[in-house]
Design a binder for this molecule. Structure first.
Ligand code: GDP
Length: 298
């Protein structure tokens, strides 16, 4: 779609644009493959995914007897689509009511913004939504959520200086009493240097399970695409602590590091539920591998 294409413009320039320069009228040779390698690395695909994509491109070059660079571009797009395909697993909230989504991430990743976007997304699908202001460490985060809820007619369960566990426990019970479809539970962020401090958030997860034994039904980790390869470290750290079941990759619009999705696919594959491609409330899209690659190359 055009919106996705516009959102991915920086990555397009780095990735697609770099490639467009490469794939002019020329023959395929080792020089071309070497330049391709640098382009993939600069778009933050990382060494592992870059090697994989190059191998795949090379395989198709030989197998399909490709001759010019343009054909290699097609081969690369195909290889990338295949690499990213395992990440495509849209989130369905139909299995439980309330369907409880726990949201985690480091400070500034785009957690609060994504919660607003997600609430809007689920509402547009006819689902009722309740927010739990579980980031009780930052009053600003709570206020941001409460303000957003008031503006959009969404109930926000919050407490002045309360503890996160109590807020989330209340929220789950309120959602059940009111027949709400989806609970979005915010959690306290942390500094990227504090990935070892996971006891608090692990406790929040346990509290959700206590309030609703089948939950949480989704543990979403919000990642800022600008951190590139550091995303892998964050996925692993949060996964070890709370069992991440899905990812939201934000700020793809502002970065040239969109290749990180390939690194995620190869090194810590988790369903990439949504991508953020702007600050607006509608700038959140379910991830589709084919669409994504088309927006990069097309
Ligand atoms: P939190 O600390 O994780 O809750 O992060 P916030 O939700 O407050 O977001 C931090 C900043 O990133 C804000 O200025 C957001 O507007 C911005 N942001 C979040 N998602 C996106 C996105 O997909 N694209 C862009 N361009 N900015 C985003």
């Amino acid at each position: 779609s055009e919106r996705l294409k516009a959102g991915l413009s920086r990555t397009r320039q780095q990735f697609g644009g770099g490639l467009a320069g490469l794939f002019g009228r020329r023959k395929i040779d080792e020089d071309l493959l070497e330049e391709l390698e640098s382009t993939l690395l600069m778009a933050d695909c990382g060494v592992e995914a870059t090697t994989h994509l190059l191998d795949e491109a090379r395989k198709r070059w030989k197998r399909d007897k490709l001759e010019n660079a343009e054909e290699l571009q097609g081969a690369l797009a195909e290889a990338l689509t295949e690499t990213l395909a395992p990440l495509e697993a849209p989130l369905s909230v139909d299995g439980h009511r309330p369907f409880i989504i726990m949201i985690a991430g480091v400070n500034g990743a785009g957690k609060t913004t994504s919660i607003g976007k997600l609430a809007k997304y689920f509402q547009s699908q006819g689902k009722s939504v309740l927010l739990a202001a579980g980031d009780t460490f930052r009053a600003a985060a709570r206020e941001q959520l409460v303000t957003w809820g008031e503006r959009n007619n969404v109930t926000v369960i919050a407490q002045d200086g309360g503890d996160a566990a109590a807020v989330i426990f209340d929220a789950v019970n309120a959602a059940r009493a009111r027949g709400i479809d989806v609970v979005l539970a915010d959690t306290a962020g942390r500094l990227p240097t504090q990935l070892h401090l996971m006891e608090e958030i692990a406790k929040v997860r346990r509290v959700i399970a206590k309030a609703e034994p089948s939950g949480p039904h989704e543990v979403l980790l919000v990642l800022d695409a600008n951190i590139g390869q550091n995303a892998l470290t964050q996925v692993k750290a949060f996964d070890a602590a709370i069992g991440v079941t899905g990812l939201v990759l934000t700020k793809l619009d502002g970065t040239a590091k969109g290749g990180v999705v390939a690194a995620i696919a190869r090194q810590c594959p988790k369903p990439l539920r949504f991508i953020g491609v702007g600050e607006g409330i509608d700038d959140l899209q379910p991830f589709r591998a084919g669409e994504f690659v088309e927006a990069l190359f097309g």
